[in-house]
Design a protein around this ligand. Structure first.
Ligand SMILES: Nc1ncnc2c1ncn2[C@@H]1O[C@H](COP(=O)(O)OP(=O)(O)OP(=O)(O)O)[C@@H](O)[C@H]1O
Ligand SMILES: [Mg+2]
Length: 267
């Protein structure tokens, strides 16, 4: 399945991260329409897995837990899991109503979290689903840690684990900014978009690729961790596109190989 594509619907796209529990329904519907058109036009020759982020559902709850208790307690785990299921249900509902053969695939049912922020997942079933032309929809989630306790598994990590399992040659990160800039564009108006870069070079050279989140809650490292996670998982031979998911039709344009404003990162 080297023509598989992994798409991350950033939490910053499908929710408004400055407002707890807010869903951007119009944006979700437009993404569903793009995916449906793409699949129809690809007539069976497109393999896709989706991941979505925690956005204004996951991040504030986790931050509150960590601030109050220092860890993700059992009570926090079930609460965050519950709200992530609600967000996932909304995402999958919109996709299915839009004609996309999507199915919810809860991360916590197939992965354990590792202490180093990576995860150990059994993606065999996910692979079969993709083979069968179904689009599994995983998400940034809370999960048990091997050996005890609970931790967050970032959607950004899942993207790379799926890319490896499905031998994807392209991954697309939809976020609320136009790509990777020389500094957080929400905090620095002079930041410049980086059109194309090698992953190694980006992480090595750019001290400015901060874990800043434009002032919004993000407990999993915002832009920097997307690239770092791929490198830590030794991803190779993959083209990652970071584009703005709030811009209508960016997704279908990218999927169909048209030029889209954004950043291409080579792994
Ligand atoms: N150098 C940079 N270039 C671009 N964005 C950056 C940079 N440094 C920090 N950021 C921040 O990263 C944010 C995107 O990451 P964030 O984790 O908030 O989104 P997401 O991954 O879509 O959301 P979620 O984690 O909920 O899925 C941007 O809104 C921006 O504020
Ligand atoms: Mg994030």
């Amino acid at each position: 399945m080297s023509n598989a594509t992994i798409i991350k619907l950033g939490g910053s796209v499908i929710t408004d991260k400055s407002k707890p529990f807010s869903i951007r329904r119009d944006v979700l519907a437009s993404i569903a329409a793009d995916l449906s058109t793409y699949l129809r036009e690809a007539s069976g020759d497109a393999y896709i897995a989706l991941v979505h982020g925690g956005g204004s559902f996951g991040h504030p709850l986790v931050r509150e837990c960590l601030e109050r208790e220092g860890v993700i307690s059992r009570e926090c785990f079930t609460r965050v899991a519950h709200y992530m299921t609600i967000l996932n249900t909304e995402v999958v509902r919109t996709l299915v109503l839009g004609g996309v053969p999507a199915v919810s695939t809860p991360t916590r049912a197939v992965c354990v979290a590792l202490k180093d922020d990576l995860a150990d997942c059994d993606l065999g079933v996910v692979k079969e689903l993709v083979h069968a032309g179904v689009i599994p929809v995983m998400f940034g989630d809370v999960a048990p840690v091997k050996g005890g306790g609970f931790k967050v598994i970032s959607g950004d990590v899942l993207v790379w684990l799926l890319a490896k399992e499905l031998r994807a040659n392209t991954v697309i990160f939809l976020t609320d900014v136009d790509g990777i800039f020389t500094a957080d564009p929400h905090l620095n108006l002079d930041a410049k978009l980086i059109p194309e870069v090698q992953a190694q070079e980006l992480v090595r050279g750019l001290a400015t690729l901060s874990t800043d989140t434009g002032g919004k809650a993000d407990v999993t490292g915002a832009m920097k961790f997307k690239i770092e996670a791929g490198l830590r998982l030794s991803v190779k031979g993959v083209k990652a596109l970071i584009i703005n998911g709030l811009e209508p039709h960016n997704l279908i344009n990218a999927l169909q190989g048209r030029k889209v404003r954004g950043t291409v990162v080579w792994f």
